[in-house]
Design a protein around this ligand. Structure first.
Ligand code: ATP
Length: 323
């Protein structure tokens, strides 16, 4: 089983508008341990099964688009059936679709025996979406350009509480509401990237920032309510992630995050206490590793990076292992 983690944007700055129509960003992205699950089975064609309403299961699904795009880029005639178990809320600002796409690229790199290096996969990832390259990598990163130019950030562990109001927010609409008055110079993102090393949750919490938040919150008052509820419940700081509507709060510890989550009682909100991930955003159950040519799995039930180690022979299934 592949596990595809969500991310939060600890800082998201909009620096200006580019000639190509995108916005110039400076963002600190951090993977967290709320993950979708995927199984890839060798098949004659390309197919997908999803367990959640509200996610397309046709060719527009990012997991399937990743397979199609990789197959075309590699000029091969291979197939795959993808089983996608969505756990990350959809259109939530948590990058779920992008993470699924990265998991499929990494999984198919093995299943189809492509042996592409990370840089080559990153080109395909960028064609799928500006957040996808982040999920090919690990932990935390400073993203500039359209968010796809990534510098790894050494980050201490943080405990967060995610709050989602169970409605989605359109990324395109959020960016459509940006005005030049919302532009900032990127210094907040650089400062936060430095602060992350310190493991001082209170200082990180005081430096959260999202340049899209005012534009999105003006259309979704629930965002301000979620932020206020997180702070009232004890969060050290709170901000919207990506284009929203998910809001996250920083806690002193994982136990503290669980207490905060327990205090958020509004029935229509979905809440998670999560830890930040230092390692890869896409991982694989080690119980499947023996079928991937990496010898006996010594740590059954834990998760390993898909990248790293020697290139294994192409297996016929990625991820259908003991769960
Ligand atoms: P964005 O990357 O646009 O900021 P997000 O993180 O806010 O996105 P996603 O959960 O990735 O949100 O969903 C964005 C859109 O992509 C939704 O409208 C959804 O229908 C569509 N989508 C396509 N494939 C997937 C997928 N595998 N998982 C979730 N959403 C998907």
């Amino acid at each position: 089983m592949l596990s595809a983690a969500a991310k939060v944007n600890l800082v998201l700055e909009i620096r200006g508008k580019r000639a190509d129509g995108y916005h110039e960003l400076a963002t600190v992205m951090q993977a967290v341990d709320l993950s979708d699950r995927l199984v890839l089975d060798e098949a004659p064609g390309l197919g997908l099964a999803v367990n959640t309403d509200g996610v397309p299961c046709d060719a527009t699904n990012l997991a399937l688009r990743a397979a199609t795009t990789l197959r075309e880029a590699a000029k091969i005639d291979r197939g795959v059936h993808i089983t996608l178990d969505k756990r990350i809320p959809v259109a939530a600002g948590l990058g779920g679709g992008s993470s699924d796409a990265a998991a499929v690229l990494l999984g198919l790199n093995r299943l189809w025996g492509l042996r592409w290096p990370a840089a080559r996969l990153a080109e395909v990832a960028t064609a799928l979406g500006m957040d996808v390259p982040f999920f090919l990598r690990s932990g935390a990163a400073l993203g500039t350009g359209r968010g796809e130019v990534l510098e790894p950030v050494v980050a201490g562990a943080l405990a967060l509480v995610l709050v989602n109001p169970a409605f989605g927010s359109s990324t395109a609409e959020a960016y459509g509401r940006v005005t030049p008055a919302m532009y900032t110079d990127g210094s907040r993102a650089r400062k936060l990237a430095e602060l992350l090393r310190t493991r001082q949750a209170a200082r990180v919490a005081a430096s959260l920032y999202n340049g899209l938040e005012a534009a999105v919150a003006s259309h979704h008052p629930e965002i301000e309510r979620m932020r206020a509820a997180l702070l009232a419940a004890g969060a050290l700081g709170a901000a919207m992630s990506g284009s929203g509507p998910t809001v996250f709060g920083v806690a002193r510890s994982f136990e503290h995050a669980r207490q905060i989550r327990a205090r958020l009682t509004r029935a229509s909100w979905r809440c998670w206490a999560v830890r930040t991930l230092a390692g890869p955003a896409v991982r694989m159950r080690t119980s499947t590793m023996s079928s991937l040519g990496r010898g006996q799995a010594a740590r059954r039930g834990t998760l390993d990076p898909v990248f790293g180690g020697s290139n294994p022979p192409a297996p016929t299934t990625i991820g259908r292992g003991r769960r």
